[in-house]
Design a protein around this ligand. Structure first.
Ligand code: 3PG
Length: 213
């Protein structure tokens, strides 16, 4: 399953959307800041509805489903039009459902054993979560040691802010960074669209400067 179109900008906005009416303005705010990837977490009742609305009305943005904890959520995500899925950990049931529905999945890992099991299940891009409280850049570099030659990529997520982006992205095996800081739940609930666009643009500028080096 090709995930290049999701990871090529090297940033995934992790969003918790309380009201489906906020889904489209949020997606448009990210796009205005230059980012075309959003992960809508299944932490709110309207997550599938949000995904369906974004997919229909803002097709320029790649939309995925996050916080996938059960096979049923995978099905709901796929039915709503999710182009990728993210799970905080490694569940074989979630993994099997993603394979069944041909949906790319980024399972969460933190230990070498989890990395090996996830590779055995056929996944190549792994969410490193929760990144900052697990040791951040240094912990990720140590984890990459025995896996760096295998071709797998990592998506560190959890506690990351704009100031940390460059250090993470300097690691060759970091495919993308995930985070909610540019559109956290409060900013979305307050409909702070121009602030979200500004924080997104700031992140995209840092990424552009990092890639130019
Ligand atoms: C996630 O599920 O990916 C996290 O909630 C995102 O982490 P952050 O909110 O600390 O960026």
């Amino acid at each position: 399953m090709n995930t290049d179109f999701i990871l090529k900008q090297r940033l995934i906005c992790v969003a918790v959307i309380d009201r489906p009416d906020d889904a489209i303005p949020l997606a448009e705010s990210l796009l205005a800041g230059g980012l075309n990837v959003i992960e809508v977490t299944f932490r709110t009742a309207g997550a599938a509805e949000c995904i369906a609305r974004i997919r229909k009305s803002v097709p320029q943005i790649a939309v995925g489903a996050g916080t996938l904890l059960t096979p049923d959520q995978v099905k709901q995500a796929v039915d709503a039009g999710s182009q990728f899925g993210v799970s905080p950990g490694l569940s074989e049931a979630v993994s099997n459902a993603a394979h069944k529905h041909k949906m790319p999945l980024f399972p969460g890992v933190i230990t070498p054993s989890e990395v090996m099991r996830t590779m055995e299940l056929g996944w190549k891009q792994l969410k490193f979560f929760p990144s900052e409280t697990s040791g951040g850049v240094n912990a990720l570099k140590a984890l990459i040691g025995p896996f760096g030659h295998t071709g797998i990529g990592f998506i560190p997520t959890g506690g990351i802010t704009a100031a940390m982006l460059a250090n993470y992205l300097a690691i060759k095996q970091v495919a993308a960074v995930g985070g909610s800081w540019m559109a956290d739940r409060k900013l979305v609930a307050e409909k702070s669209w121009s602030r979200i666009t500004g924080l997104t643009a700031e992140a995209m500028n840092i990424i552009a400067a990092t890639s130019a080096k």
